[in-house]
Design a protein around this ligand. Structure first.
Ligand SMILES: NC(=O)c1ccc[n+]([C@@H]2O[C@H](COP(=O)([O-])OP(=O)(O)OC[C@H]3O[C@@H](n4cnc5c(N)ncnc54)[C@H](O)[C@@H]3O)[C@@H](O)[C@H]2O)c1
Length: 320
């Protein structure tokens, strides 16, 4: 197959591109390089277009020229710390950009769209069972809102336009295949711990008296290579089932929650360093627990994550 990866120069996109090539697909990348892992704009193995998905004409022309079978749409603005304010760039890129991708799908008559959404759409929740895809969503920041709105547009468009879509809601993605595919700027816990160790800084733990097994927040970590494998299974699923004009939302997590202190412990094992921490107040709107139900991914895609927390943390430390 020939696949187009928007955001293919970013952290998850770069892993996906490598794997899609490795299993014999043709790959085209569209990325504006605003948050790319490397500045390389050429590859002997695949076409790279330095294109902003907000530029509809440019995007449509790439998609038509390359005659691709499927689009993995990953390009987005994702730094959540910036999205508590007006968040205009989130709505621009994540919502308007997604509308442009759908328009390109329509104009080029592409059959399959696989979209990267996020667990942030669920918002804060009372601690309880893992999130199921059918649970109500209540995003509290512009990032989550922009992704929830993009999901909505995709769900509505598939009926009108006649393509198949699969929307993945990723939980906390971490780890790397190699040092060149490591993302150093991410604000998530695992990269933050590594930066703090390297700089000799104390790590702040936001919320230490929460109603969890050790008082800290619970999150669901998934290795980036498991995310990539799920994408390959998803494309195969869409191609195999060819259900007319269907779309589906699937959580992508490990199905297991880890507390902040458990991640710190895992990082101490990986690095051999004692990690000093300081208790800080829980952040407003931070979910106490955010864990995926992996049932649908298992049922539909036969997807089970291969990497456990310690392997994810080891991989992040080793490839930093
Ligand atoms: N990393 C995570 O933990 C995580 C969790 C949930 C969801 N996601 C989603 O997965 C996708 C990929 O995430 P990532 O971690 O690889 O992010 P990333 O920032 O590393 O990659 C995104 C890529 O998109 C590009 N991009 C941004 N705006 C663009 C635009 N207007 N036009 C073209 N390219 C543009 C950036 O240059 C970057 O290369 C995103 O949609 C993100 O919201 C990621």
């Amino acid at each position: 197959m020939k696949v187009l990866v928007t955001g293919g120069a970013g952290y998850i996109g770069s892993h996906l591109v490598q794997e899609m090539l490795a299993i014999g697909n043709e790959v085209v990348v569209v990325d504006d390089f605003s948050n790319a892992l490397s500045t390389t704009r050429n590859s002997p193995h695949y076409a790279i277009y330095e294109t902003n998905i907000l530029d509809l004409d440019a995007l449509v022309s790439v998609v038509k020229r390359e005659n691709v079978d499927a689009i993995f749409h990953l390009a987005a603005k994702k730094m959540v710390n910036n999205s508590l304010g007006d968040g205009i760039e989130f709505f621009e890129t994540n919502l308007e950009g997604t509308k442009n991708v759908i328009q390109a799908v329509k104009e080029a008559g592409i059959g399959y769209l696989i979209f990267s959404s996020t667990a942030a759409v669920y918002g804060p929740n009372p601690i309880g069972p893992n999130f199921r895809e059918s649970d109500p969503i209540s995003p509290v920041n512009s990032y989550g809102e922009s992704k929830a709105m993009a999901e909505e547009v995709i769900l509505k468009s598939v009926m009108d336009l006649g393509f198949n879509a699969l929307i993945f809601r990723f939980f906390n993605v971490a780890g790397a295949k190699s040092p060149s595919l490591m993302e150093h700027k991410a604000q998530n816990l695992i990269p933050t711990l590594i930066r703090n160790i390297k700089k000799g800084e104390v790590t702040e733990v936001f919320g230490t008296n929460l109603p969890t097994r050790d008082g800290s927040c619970i999150r669901d970590y998934i290795h980036v290579l498991d995310i990539v494998r799920a994408h390959i299974l998803a494309l195969d699923f869409l191609d195999r089932t060819k259900s007319p004009d269907a779309s589906i939302i699937v959580n992508l997590g490990s199905g297991t929650g880890s507390t902040v202190f458990e991640v710190i412990k895992a990082m101490e094992i990986a690095s051999g360093e004692k990690i000093p921490f300081r208790a800080a107040a829980a952040r407003n709107f931070d979910p106490i627990a955010s864990v995926a139900s992996g049932e649908l991914a298992r049922m539909l895609l036969n997807f089970r994550p291969e990497y456990l927390l310690q392997e994810i943390v080891n991989s992040a430390w080793r490839n930093w």
